[in-house]
Design a protein around this ligand. Structure first.
Ligand SMILES: [Zn+2]
Length: 229
């Protein structure tokens, strides 16, 4: 059973399918770790204490298994997996159900990112700038921790195609409850901002899952439990 669809990506189609397949493999160590919940230092640093294990396992399992979701445009009654589409100047014209022009969202002055989900649809759009990013980092993905602060450049995971794809798939499965650009509170990207979120927002902030996956993929030393306040 396919776990994602790719549309309108032309010469990038094979490359994208490869990176998506790799993203599902990269997810596996986190999926395994999530069953330990708060007993895992990395898990509790990112998703805090409390009854969070089932929620995180559910989101990661849905991504990993390609669970079909309903109530998504353009076919709300047909259960649908995430659909990745490459944005061109003609995307809006071809997809009349969209409420905004993906190309305008990709390009200056809006330029909201390299990839984004159109909330309420099955579509994750990849901007032309997405293809300027390398698929994966060639150095350890997760920063280490020093005095209960993460050490490392804040947003660098989002510089990589694979982590951007994981981030957007988390949005897909969180649906309307996901923190986003226009939500209150808005979604948080920077590492220390992510670990500073409370339990509920941690579970609804896609970057927390992205960080979790990255930190379970590579060995992290010196991970400290969350500060209790
Ligand atoms: Zn996001």
């Amino acid at each position: 059973m396919p776990r994602f669809r790719v549309e309108e990506c032309g010469e990038y189609t094979a490359e994208l399918k490869q990176t998506l397949a790799e993203a599902l493999l990269v997810l596996e160590p986190a999926l395994h770790d999530a069953q330990f919940g708060n007993k895992s230092a990395v898990f509790s640093a990112i998703f805090k204490l409390g009854d969070t294990k089932e929620f995180v396992q559910d989101i990661l399992t849905k991504i990993f298994s390609g669970t079909r979701m309903i109530d998504l445009q353009p076919n709300p009654y047909i259960p649908t997996i995430p659909t990745f589409a490459c944005v061109t100047p003609y995307t809006w014209h071809k997809n009349k159900f969209l409420k905004a022009d993906p190309y305008a969202l990709c390009m200056p002055p809006l330029g909201i990112g390299q990839a984004f989900i159109m909330q309420g649809t099955s579509y994750i759009y990849l901007c032309p700038s997405f293809w300027t990013r390398p698929p994966w980092p060639s150095f350890p993905d997760c920063p280490s921790v020093w005095k209960n602060r993460w050490v490392g450049p804040g947003q660098y995971l989002s510089n990589y195609q694979g982590y951007l794809l994981i981030h957007e798939m988390v949005h897909f499965y969180l649906g309307g409850s996901s923190l986003g650009l226009s939500q209150n509170p808005p979604e948080v990207y920077e590492f220390n901002g992510c670990v500073g979120l409370g339990t509920y927002d941690s579970l609804h902030n896609p970057q927390n899952y992205q960080n979790y996956v990255a930190c379970k993929t590579r060995t992290v030393i010196n991970m400290l439990p969350p500060e209790t306040s």
